[in-house]
Each structure stands twice: as structure tokens, then as C-alpha cells.
Design a protein around this ligand. Structure first.
Ligand code: NAG
Length: 483
């Protein structure tokens, strides 16, 4: 090793020239040492137990800013999700394989949407499917009607129409945890007529031309999802209450009379996409198209969904520009420029991300990357996890470890670089998908086709404060926004 001899010669040399020469050598040697150090990946430690959900809910008020309209966010399957009366409704929690399969169905339907708008004008055949509800979803509770009835809705940044199941359930309603909304018990409910211009907004928001009920001329919406879930019903106006002080009269929503699918006991969907009928657009006067959320790390913790700037985002929030994508108008596009593993940029040609494009989606569980980018990420991650025994793959997740022998896991940090100079460190809970201590998987998957759009999913968003400043054309992130 050269270092000790250089050091000793440094301390023994008194001659000025030699000292400056020595400084030159020392600095060079130190900087090359530094480079050598950077070549080995940096590791971060996490307690394995912190990646596992607890059996009881620990509710948090962190991020529930009084200056903003804030709702509590809970995972659909977990102890923080509202319990129903015994035997009234039994939630069957899906297996990890089912969750990941449903997630793939959502991703497939997003990929199938590419160019749907074009095809639609060409042939006037409506787009077959919108999004898939998926399974790894988060719910919030809102009030509907006067007096307001509480309803748990899946919030979805990848779709626009807000709907809930409605009495009298003319055709069919699935089981939900709360009583089904009954418009006849509300003073503020009104149907929308087929002649109303708002009725025609449904075409772009749902991908289906609205129907019209014979006789009463009530506007009828229909939205179907790639996994054969659907909701059909009356397009209506009603008072939507978000908090004790914030409500919206004449909020456009779907009053579902024929509903089927994997909505896991929730009463429907809250659409937060970019289309005109999304909640973001319908509340634009009050909240200026500004909202933020934090998805909790496990199903036993709570996060938040907030509307409006309130005191404005904290200094910790760093922004990247919003972009538009060809997969339809609902999605929020981001511009990924690279991925770091253990502090080092993984070698991925810049064109890989620029040609696929990327969206951020609250309803997709696992982040999807172009195949080329995924294999580069996986190989770098595997290098850094060499000391752990590998475990069997789990559905779409091909890189899993048996961590049952370790209470602390030392892993290479993963960071996403976005345009505008934003480098975002993912939380540990945003890197691992934990089936059990003996099967902990890298929570990323590759798209089969490099040209398919990349998706920044909800596992990777865990614990991050995610800020949508739609009017300002940017999305921001800050670490550790919720437990
Ligand atoms: C809304 O329209 C449906 C279908 O025509 C009708 O059955 C229902 O009574 C209407 N509700 C109200 C409040 O007008």
C-alpha cells in the first residue's frame, strides 16, 4: 500500500519545494482513494421489523395541517381501515401474488391506453378500458350529501370520475363497509340531464360515450376497468364535504346503480387525475389545483391527503416539472433522468427514459421501468446485497432475499434523478416489498417492452410527502412526510 509511505515522507520533508510537491501527491492520492471509495456502494441500515406491519393501527396526526383541508389516508387492507360490524362484511385480504397480479392488470391497461385518443377519433370506437382499480390502494373518507354521509373511497391520481355505489342499486351493488349512499335521504342531490354540457364531459373522462335514460333523460355514465370491474349509474350533482369547513356544492359524481369488482369494501373511487371532472379540477377555485399526500409505510400506520397550499410547501420539498404523456389526459407525467444505487449512478442510456416517458400513479403498486433500466438497477442492487441469501421470486418480483437471519439489513440506497436537478432518495419501505422476513423482494419490475411507459408506483412513494402543484406545472417530494 502506498499511503503510509507517502504519509511518512510528508511528515519528514522540511524543504518547501518538497512540501508543495508532497501536498500535490498527497491530495492526488487522497482524491484517488476517494474515487476508489465511491466505487464501492454506500450502505444504509434499516431494522427489518420496521418494514413489517403491526397488527394494530397507530394513527398519526403528522402532516394533518390545520391550514389545509386534510384527510387521513389508510391502506385498504390493514388494521387502520375501518372495521365493519362482525359478520356484516368480511374483507378477504388478497395474497401477495393476487395483489401483484392485479397490479400487472392495471399496468397492462395503462400501457394499452397509449394512442387510444387517436384511435377513438379515427374509428369512433370508444376506448375499451380505463384504468384498473388494482389492489394496493389507499383510501380516504369523505362526506356526501346533506346531511353528509361518510364514505371510504379509493383515491386515484390515475383516473378522474369520482363515483360511489347508490341506492336503490337498480342492477347490482357489491358489499361495502359503510351503508350504501341513498340519494333519496339527501336534500342536495340532483340528476344531470343528457342535454347538459357537463354530461358530454364523460366521454373524455371515462372513455365511454354517456347514455341517456329513456323518459327521464338522465345522463348515464359507464366506466370499466381492465380487470372487468365496472360502475354504471346516474351522473349527478351533490354536496361533497372534505372537512368540517370545506365543502363543494354541485360536485359532479357517479351515482352507481350497477357496480362490480375488486373494490375491497370501499364505497367507490375518488378521481384525482388531470381531466376536467376530477376533484382537483372541480375544486380548482378553492385549492388552485394544489394537493399533496403521504402514503404510510405500512398498513398499520396512517398518512394524509391535503388540498390547497395552506402555509405553502416546506423548504424540504424539491420540485421537478410536470409533463404530459400520450397515455391519455388523466396522468401526471414526470421526467426521470437516472437512477442511483448506493450513491452511484447506474449506467442507463439517457434515451431509455426519454423514449418511454414516466408517470406517477397512486394506484400502481410496484414501479415499472423500461426493461433495460430495470436490469441495470437490479444488477447494481444485487451487487450490494451479496451478503444475504437469495429467496424464491414472488410473481413479478424476481429479486428476493431471505432476511430472517438478520434483525438489521444493510442495503444500498436507491435514488431517482428527475429533470430539474432533483435527486430523490427512496425510503427503505419504498425499496423492499416484504412478503415475510424470509422473502423480502426488490420492489421494482421491468416492462416487457422498452417503449412502454414507466410508472412511479405507490410502494416507492411510501413516507414521501408528494406535492402536486398542477397550476405551477410541477411535482415535488420531501422525505419522511408520515410514519
Ligand atoms: C334520477 O334519475 C333516475 C333515473 O331516471 C330516477 O329514477 C330518479 O328518481 C332520479 N332522481 C331524482 C332525485 O330526480
Amino acid at each position: 500500500m502506498a499511503t503510509p509511505s507517502v504519509h511518512s515522507s510528508c511528515s519528514f520533508l522540511a524543504n518547501k519545494y518538497l512540501i508543495s510537491f508532497c501536498v500535490f501527491v498527497c491530495v492526488n492520492i487522497l482524491s484517488s482513494l476517494d474515487k476508489g471509495f465511491a466505487l464501492s456502494t454506500h450502505h444504509t441500515d434499516v431494522q427489518l421489523s420496521s418494514l413489517l406491519p403491526a397488527s394494530t393501527c397507530s394513527s398519526s396526526t403528522r402532516g394533518l395541517d390545520k391550514k389545509k383541508a386534510s384527510l387521513k389516508v389508510v391502506h385498504r387492507h390493514g388494521p387502520c381501515s375501518k372495521k365493519s360490524k362482525p359478520n356484516q362484511y368480511k374483507t378477504t385480504t388478497p395474497t401477495h401474488t393476487q395483489i401483484l397480479q392485479q397490479d400487472q392488470a392495471r399496468v397492462d391497461s395503462i400501457h394499452a391506453r397509449k394512442g387510444d385518443n387517436l384511435r377513438q377519433t379515427d374509428t369512433s370506437i370508444p376506448a375499451k378500458s380505463g384504468s384498473v382499480v388494482g389492489s394496493g390502494n389507499y383510501i380516504v373518507t369523505v362526506g356526501l350529501g346533506s346531511p353528509a354521509k361518510q364514505l371510504s373511497l379509493i383515491f386515484d391520481t390515475g383516473s378522474d370520475l369520482t363515483w360511489t355505489q347508490c341506492r336503490p342499486c337498480v342492477k347490482s351493488c357489491y358489499k361495502q363497509k359503510e351503508p350504501i349512499f341513498d340519494p333519496s335521504l339527501s336534500k342536495s342531490y340532483t340528476n344531470i340531464s343528457c342535454n347538459s354540457p357537463v354530461c358530454s364531459l364523460l366521454t373524455s373522462a371515462t372513455g365511454n360515450t354517456p347514455g341517456c335514460s329513456s323518459g327521464t333523460s338522465t345522463c348515464i355514465y359507464g366506466i370499466q376497468y381492465g380487470d372487468n370491474s365496472f360502475s354504471v349509474g346516474y351522473f349527478s350533482k351533490e354536496r361533497l364535504t372534505l372537512t368540517s369547513t370545506d365543502y363543494f356544492d354541485g360536485f359532479l359524481f357517479g351515482c352507481g346503480q350497477n357496480n362490480q369488482g375488486l373494490f375491497g369494501g370501499s364505497a367507490g373511487l375518488l378521481g384525482l387525475g388531470r381531466n376536467k371532472i376530477s376533484l382537483v379540477e372541480q375544486s380548482a377555485q378553492k385549492y388552485s389545483r394544489f394537493f399533496s399526500y403521504c402514503l404510510p409505510s405500512t398498513s398499520s400506520a396512517t398518512g394524509y391527503l391535503s388540498f390547497g397550499k395552506g402555509g405553502g410547501p416546506s423548504n424540504a420539498v424539491k420540485f421537478t416539472p410536470l409533463s404530459t404523456v400520450s397515455e391519455g389526459g388523466s396522468f401526471y407525467g414526470l421526467d426521470v433522468v437516472g437512477i442511483n444505487v448506493g450513491g452511484r449512478r447506474v449506467s442507463i442510456p439517457a434515451s431509455v427514459f426519454s423514449s418511454s416517458g414516466t408517470i406517477i400513479d397512486s394506484g400502481t403498486v410496484i414501479t415499472r421501468l423500461p426493461a433495460t433500466a430495470y436490469s441495470a438497477l437490479r444488477d447494481a442492487f444485487k451487487q450490494g446485497m451479496k451478503s444475504y441469501p437469495q429467496a424464491e421470486k414472488l410473481s413479478i418480483l424476481d429479486t428476493c432475499y431471505d432476511l430472517s437471519g438478520s434483525s438489521t439489513v444493510s442495503y444500498p440506497k436507491i435514488a431517482f434523478a428527475f429533470s430539474g436537478g432533483l435527486t430523490l432518495d427512496l425510503d427503505a419501505t419504498g425499496i423492499f416489498y416484504v412478503a415475510s422476513a424470509s422473502q423480502v423482494c426488490l420492489a421494482f419490475a421491468g416492462n416487457s417492452d422498452d417503449s412502454d411507459i414507466a410508472i412511479f408506483g405507490n410502494v416507492q412513494q411510501k413516507r414521501l410527502q408528494v406535492v402536486y402543484d398542477v397550476a405551477g406545472g410541477k411535482v415535488g417530494f420531501a422525505p419522511a412526510g408520515c410514519p
